[in-house]
Ligand binder design. Structure first.
Ligand code: PGA
Length: 256
């Protein structure tokens, strides 16, 4: 049965009170909305365990927003994949444009993190996307293919088995200007075709989510597209009412 893959990326937001409140409402509605949604909450690292304690008995999964490339050792301030696994994380976001930009993460570093996440049988959510300038110069296709090819180069033709792709055009993130759903559909098709070039990744199972200014007003138009398999939601995932509305919209589309 198809489920939409909906991820709340809370970024550097939230505190004990807002998180408790959010999860209280989520817990109440989960029986209604988890039938057709696979739901992941990705809080800041410091709140991962707190969130896990509240969601472990309901149909919601834990996601981390980042991981270090080292498994252990003298790396002050970092969080390792072993620690994430230890506390119940199942999904790890990698290659988010905010990390590429603010932390100078290169394609190579992102590929290393991607491999590390998979080596522990956790699932990477690989974010790819073009900037406004690249889009203007008609470079979108080239940029996306390059971002995927780096992963293929490191991990071979089966690289995207048990991995999720999030297409996040940089110009749509946090701007309130989401991409056009028809445009996103065509990009998702392109991504899937490219990943299928080796015919080894079980394309039927590949999940490609869209992210970038998704809210309860535009969620339906994205999820109605055949190749948009879920959403990666930033700001709108911070408010429980808004997030629950999106879960309901997604559920209603698939239960028809
Ligand atoms: P946004 O963020 O929904 O606030 O645009 C999406 C993301 O960065 O994953």
């Amino acid at each position: 049965m198809k489920k939409n893959f909906i991820v709340a990326n809370w970024k550097l937001n939230g505190n004990i009170e807002t998180i408790s409140n959010f999860l209280k409402y989520l817990k109440l509605k989960i029986p209604l909305y988890s039938q057709y949604n696979k739901i992941v909450i990705a809080p800041s690292t410091i709140y991962l365990e707190r969130v896990y304690r509240k969601i472990k008995d309901i149909n919601v999964f834990l996601g981390a927003q980042d991981v270090d490339i080292n498994k252990k050792g003298a790396f002050t301030g970092e969080t390792s994949i072993l620690m994430l696994e230890d506390i119940g994380v199942k999904y790890v976001i990698v290659g988010h444009s905010e990390r590429r930009f603010f932390h100078n993460e290169t394609d190579k570093l992102i590929a290393k993190k991607f491999g590390l996440i998979k080596s522990l049988n956790l699932i990477p959510i690989l974010c790819i996307g073009e900037s406004a300038n690249e889009k203007k110069q008609n470079k979108t296709e080239k940029i996306l293919k390059n971002q995927l090819d780096v992963i293929f180069e490191y991990f071979g033709e089966k690289a995207f088995i048990n991995a999720i792709i999030a297409y996040e055009p940089i110009w749509a993130i946090g701007t309130g200007v989401s991409a056009d759903p028809i445009y996103v559909q065509s990009i998702h098709k392109l991504i899937k075709n490219h990943i299928n070039k080796y015919n080894a990744n079980n394309i039927e199972k590949l999940i490609v989510q869209y992210g970038g200014s998704v809210n309860s007003k535009n969620a339906k138009s994205f999820l109605e597209q055949p190749d948009i398999d879920g959403l990666l939601i930033g700001s709108a995932s911070l408010m429980h009412k808004e997030f629950l509305k999106i879960l309901k919209i997604s559920n209603d589309i698939l239960c028809k």
